[in-house]
Design a protein around this ligand. Structure first.
Ligand code: 2PG
Ligand code: MG
Length: 423
């Protein structure tokens, strides 16, 4: 079913970190009005599509997005208004060719992705279906993803000494999203108690997880296992497992990794990860090595790839060409999926399709800077990718996505989780 664009309007609003971002409204000739909020990252990959920021030091320390809003309201509107598109791929192609750059830097990836996400909503609404259904059929059958709750924040998302960025709780053994949400909430509460009992801070990082002054990742993992048990759950892949996003590009310096006061080579990092997965119920490791450390990644994949889901985030940037290359050199076995990292929904789906065909998993993700938009929940359900991360089971912009999953589950009986056994 085609849509004809009547109006586009972008406004500079605030994201969850008090930084400016965009909300884009799209109206169709059919009288529909849909919106999309644009996410933004902190630990960004160097090959991500480029956000357009104003750079005016007098406003928001240069972070303003009035130029990106103007691109939507003037040039993109002029190019799309009155035009009819048969599908999202055609509309996204028009955006890509209008921009004309490799990395969407001219109009701005933030401007383009906002229009693309809103357009995806317009196509679904015109067809009279829920957004998630519009993604169904291209990849795996729809399923409800296992939420990965970020309970401890470090790295660029917190001001503590912890280098690893995210420690997530993965209720893989839960029977449903509603039960997974309950596990997330109960373990979050148990962890809070444990932290207070140790006189550690329960202040929060950017993604709503606690940000205590703990340096060693193993100490965090011990605490998490204790919290899972205290809340009455079984630690492990048939109960509540753990996932890590080390975001290691951020602590990679001159070929080595600086972790908790030690300087480690790639091989020492790999050994450390092997000890971690042997001692703790860690089933997924994202960005274990840095985006430029392709040789290290190959060795990491050879060593742990049959036991652990190894997710490429900074190294892949949801980029179909980079992912294809990684597949050919056996780097990682999964890709993180962030719509704004590549800049259009169509290219995101293409990245997911390439992964799917090569047997690489797809882990749908929010950004550290978020709005209340729930787009990624529908994307994860419709593509049947089996798992999704959207931060802690706390803070409005994080739980909006999890709550959307609960609502989809309430309306539709779909299978939950990875759809494969890890035990
Ligand atoms: C990540 C993301 C989301 P950011 O590294 O996976 O958690 O962080 O949005 O800051 O890149
Ligand atoms: Mg990451």
């Amino acid at each position: 079913m085609s849509i004809t664009v009547r109006e586009l309007h972008a406004v500079e609003i605030l994201d969850s970190r008090a930084r400016p971002t965009l909300v884009v409204t799209l109206e169709t000739e059919g009288g529909l009005s849909v919106r999309a909020g644009v996410p933004a990252g902190a630990s960004t990959g160097s090959r991500e599509a480029v956000e357009r920021r104003d750079g005016d030091p007098k406003r928001y320390s240069g972070q303003g997005v009035l130029g990106a809003a103007g691109a939507v309201n003037d040039e993109i509107l002029d190019a799309l208004a009155g035009r009819s598109f048969d599908d999202l791929a055609a509309l996204d192609e028009a955006l890509i060719s209008l921009d004309g750059t490799e990395n969407k830097s001219r109009l701005g990836a933030n401007a383009i992705v906002g229009v693309s996400m809103a357009a995806a909503r317009a196509f679904a609404a015109t067809a009279g279906i829920a957004l998630w259904r519009s993604f169904a059929g291209s990849l795996s059958a729809p399923r409800l993803p296992a939420p990965h709750f970020n309970l401890i924040n470090g790295g660029r998302h917190a001001s503590n000494q912890l280098e690893f960025q995210e420690f997530m709780l993965a209720p893989l053994g839960a029977p449903s999203v509603a039960d997974a949400a309950r596990a997330g909430s109960e373990v979050y509460a148990a962890l809070r108690k444990l932290l207070l009992g140790r006189n550690l801070s329960v202040g929060l990082g950017d993604e709503g997880g606690f940000a205590p002054e703990i340096a060693r990742p193993e100490e965090v993992l011990r605490l998490l296992v204790e919290a899972i048990t205290l809340a009455g759950y079984r630690p492990g892949p048939d109960g509540v497992a753990i996932a890590i996003d080390a975001a290691s590009s951020e602590f990679y310096r001159e070929g080595s990794y600086d972790v908790a006061g030690e300087t480690l080579s790639a091989d020492e990092m790999i050994n450390r990860y092997e000890e971690i997965v042997e001692s703790f119920p860690v089933w997924l490791l994202e960005d274990g090595l840095a985006e430029s450390d392709w040789d290290g990644w190959e060795r990491l994949t050879a060593r742990l790839g049959d036991r652990v889901e190894l997710v490429g985030d900074d190294i892949f940037c949801t980029n179909p060409a980079i992912i294809s290359h990684a597949i050919s050199c056996k780097v990682a076995n999964a890709s993180l999926i962030k719509v704004n990292q590549i800049g259009t929904v169509t290219e995101t789906l293409e990245a997911m399709r390439i992964c799917h065909e090569a047997g690489y998993a797809q882990f749908v993700s929010h950004r550290s800077g978020e709005t209340e938009d729930t787009f990624i929940a529908d994307l994860a359900v419709g593509t049947g990718c089996g798992h999704m991360k959207s931060g802690a089971p706390a803070r409005g912009e994080r739980v909006a996505k999890y709550n959307r999953l609960i609502e989809i589950e309430d309306a539709e009986h779909l299978p939950y989780g990875l759809g494969r056994s890890l035990t």
